[in-house]
Write a protein that binds this ligand. Structure first.
Ligand SMILES: NC(=O)c1ccc[n+]([C@@H]2O[C@H](COP(=O)([O-])OP(=O)(O)OC[C@H]3O[C@@H](n4cnc5c(N)ncnc54)[C@H](O)[C@@H]3O)[C@@H](O)[C@H]2O)c1
Length: 344
């Protein structure tokens, strides 16, 4: 692989993927196209190999900007760019429909017109809805779509558009569906970084409802390795569920974090539930394991240990992200009057 076009590469998972590609694929160049919404953070890219990484600030809904940045000879588009926070989609769905649906179609069209060999869509297990509590049912690639939030509905729509581009135009598309990622550099509004940083400060840990909501957790680097394998070896037109066989109740996650930080369980606070809250996600990763030979490298214990340590050792990142100071970086570094395109 020589050249990749990664969207959303200043976000949590996208930046981990960019780091992985630059570290593990010698000679591969990455164009990182990201609008830098509130979730895009250039601090996430600190220290990446600048010679092989070109950052372009742009919106995936902006056809001209995408085409201007997407060079002929690009081997693959990997689309991480999205509005990704379920709670925000409940407050207002507009941006979710725009970025997650329209933006994906713009990228599919652009990939076709630039003869890009492969299009990888990063989707989510949430498109398949919710599983019953205390059951051994799992999401497989054949599970029906039953999205329950505007976020998951928009991601499901994006998957349909990828399928349509494959069926109608013969575009080589592959889709990955993953559960809850955890690891360094996740925006602190999300559950795990929120409870880690609250616990570190001795502040209450808010848990929705009874805290028995179950999520299937995967260390972000393991997810990125799976995406890389799907990109390199996945079957055209296929979807792959990616999970580390690591179901945990939110209460259990909060207790584990408090235990690691030596904080009291009394910091846990049950708060009013959110509407349409999916009870349980659990992924059957048999296909990606057997077809592509992927296995997670981290256990829950080792991944959580690394994650908690990273947040403890990167107080500046946490503080700049919580306070919003990270948003000044772009203007300070490049200036408002300069072009939106810059090397990072
Ligand atoms: N975080 C998870 O646990 C998880 C699980 C499964 C799937 N996913 C999917 O993985 C992808 C990445 O998730 P994340 O947690 O890193 O998200 P994130 O919110 O941390 O990052 C999203 C990135 O996309 C960028 N972006 C948003 N709108 C854009 C637009 N219109 N044009 C260009 N860039 C735009 C943001 O600036 C940000 O850098 C998303 O597609 C999400 O649906 C996430």
């Amino acid at each position: 692989m020589k050249k990749l076009f990664v969207t959303g590469g200043a976000g949590f998972i996208g930046s981990a993927f960019v780091r992985l590609v630059l570290a593990e694929i010698p000679g591969c160049e990455v164009v990182n196209f990201d609008a830098l919404t509130y979730a895009g953070n250039l601090d996430n890219l600190e220290g990446v190999d600048e010679g092989r990484h070109r950052f372009v600030r742009g919106d995936i809904c902006d056809r001209e900007a995408v085409l201007a940045a997407l060079e002929e000879g690009t081997e693959a588009v990997v689309n991480f760019a999205a509005e990704s926070h379920v709670d925000r989609s409940i407050a207002s769905a507009d941006e979710f429909l725009r970025t997650n649906i329209l933006g994906t179609q713009v990228l599919l069209d652009a990939a076709r017109s630039r003869s890009v060999r492969r299009f990888v869509q990063i989707s989510t297990d949430e498109v398949m809805g919710s599983l019953p509590d205390d059951d051994d049912a799992y999401f497989t690639e054949a599970s029906p779509f039953e999205p329950n939030s505007p976020y998951s509905a928009s991601k499901a729509a994006a998957e349909h558009l990828c399928r349509a581009a494959h069926q109608t135009h013969g575009l080589d598309t592959v889709i990955t569906r993953c559960g809850n990622n955890y690891g360094p550099r996740q925006f602190p509004e999300k559950f795990l970084p929120l409870i880690i940083s609250n616990a570190m400060r001795g502040e209450p840990l808010p848990l929705y409802g009874d805290g028995r909501y179950t999520r299937d957790w995967i260390y972000v680097e393991d997810h990125c390795r799976a995406i890389l394998m799907v990109l390199q070896k996945g079957r055209s037109g296929a979807a792959y569920n990616i999970g580390a066989r690591n179901e945990r109740r939110n209460l259990e996650v909060a207790e584990a974090v408090l235990g690691k930080l030596g904080k009291p369980l009394s910091l846990i606070r049950h708060v009013k539930d959110r509407p349409g809250h999916d009870r349980r996600y659990a992924i059957d990763p048999a296909k990606v394991e057997s077809e592509l030979g992927w296995r997670p490298r981290e256990t829950w214990e080792s991944g959580l240990e690394k994650t908690v340590r990273w947040y403890a050792e990167n107080g500046v990142w946490v503080e700049r992200t919580r306070s919003g100071a990270y948003r000044d970086y772009y203007e300070r570094q490049y200036g408002a009057e300069k072009s939106l395109e810059s090397e990072v």
